[in-house]
Design a protein around this ligand. Sequence first.
Ligand SMILES: Cc1cc2nc3c(=O)[nH]c(=O)nc-3n(C[C@H](O)[C@H](O)[C@H](O)COP(=O)(O)OP(=O)(O)OC[C@H]3O[C@@H](n4cnc5c(N)ncnc54)[C@H](O)[C@@H]3O)c2cc1C
Length: 414
Amino acid sequence: MQVAVIGGGVVGVCSAYFLAAAGHQVVVLERYGNVAEEASFANAGLVSPGLAGPIAAPGAPRRLIGWLSRPQAPVFIRPDVRPALWRWLRRWVDECQLDRFRVNKERMQRLAGYSQSVLAALREHHALDYQQTRGILQLIRSPQELQLAGPLLDMLAQCGHPHRQVDPDAARLIEPALSDSTPLAAAIHFPNDESGNCALFARQLRSICQDLGVEFHFNSLVDNIAPAANAVGFNIEGRSFSADAVVIAAGVHSAALLRGIGPALPLYPVNGFSATANIKNFDCAPLAAVFDDSYQLAITRMGNRVRVAGTFELGKEDLRLSPPALRTLVKCGNDWFADAANYNSASFWCGACAMLPEGVPLLGATAARNVFVNIAHGNHGWAMAPGSGKIIADLVSGRAPDIDLDGLTLARYG
Ligand SMILES: Cc1cc2nc3c(=O)[nH]c(=O)nc-3n(C[C@H](O)[C@H](O)[C@H](O)COP(=O)(O)OP(=O)(O)OC[C@H]3O[C@@H](n4cnc5c(N)ncnc54)[C@H](O)[C@@H]3O)c2cc1C
């Protein structure tokens, strides 16, 4: 089959790879000049089934209200918000109930766990090196936050995902450069979870795709999709094309492409930020990755650089850098690895995650014949991309995927 993948982010590139490997003739349509230019460009890099979960969690609405009055916080909401955001937040609050959190977390962890094994196979097969490291330490600053982590710890124990709660001394044995002047109540160590440079991986996979015959059409903005009886039509800047099947992997722009195909999805762009700095003192830098639970951000080693990434901003429709969010990144870099880098002179970046209130992605067929989606991976899209790409290729090829897709398809939206 001739398959067009719309979007050259990490999700689109992984989809293209597995579609080509399954024998399809694949074109990737990307509006920018290279792959991984949007959300996949400078993310935190965590490939963590342990941390893969919705931001809608028990206690989160109360925490959110507390954060709004703080100058340095993990979440900011712009005051000039539109009704779509309030509708999204209302649904998000419903998803924060314990029973909903359990359902959503299980779905995300199922996909991320599968995806990690697909990534490992890809890495081995193609001898990929994308600055990957192994082991993630989740840092919990206060006893109150340790209490809030209760449902997460229960779920991790239930599903048997390898993890260990450790005290501050043991945490500093795992990450010797971790500051001892910042309060730390406990940490959770995920020994098998990983991190790596998502954009570097996507660019490497792009070359492998090209060797497999995938064509990349850059600077090609798809305006709309028009499914028909025997083919799927689409327009690129007024010109008409068609393919046997189309996979939408267009990140935050996916909802617009689904207009007229349906269903209408509450897919909201949630902005996140990162600061990437050269390491000036290697003895003082992280060996792998840590995740600061209080500020919902990660500090990740990427070769000779360190990246601080996270901090969400809602209600903003552009990718301008937000000074309070950047101050939070710099603060947390200095809190945990002060002498590793000069965070004030880092390269700062803003990207938008396509997020549903429940946080769980959507994969598979739409109501329109041969139009598929691989979307809404929120802030865990890198962790889920290889697995999601393999699943989409299986579904397009009419094969049963390797994992149960219960709760991961559009059936969730009727
Ligand atoms: C600060 C931050 C930290 C993050 N940290 C992590 C992390 O640690 N681990 C993790 O797993 N995830 C993380 N994420 C989330 C992750 O980056 C995203 O989930 C992932 O990159 C989404 O990939 P994607 O391919 O779906 O979207 P994108 O990378 O946004 O790709 C979509 C592509 O589609 C193209 N496109 C859109 N519309 C059209 C159109 N009409 N025609 C042609 N092309 C189009 C865009 O140009 C873009 O290149 C983080 C995100 C942010 C912002």
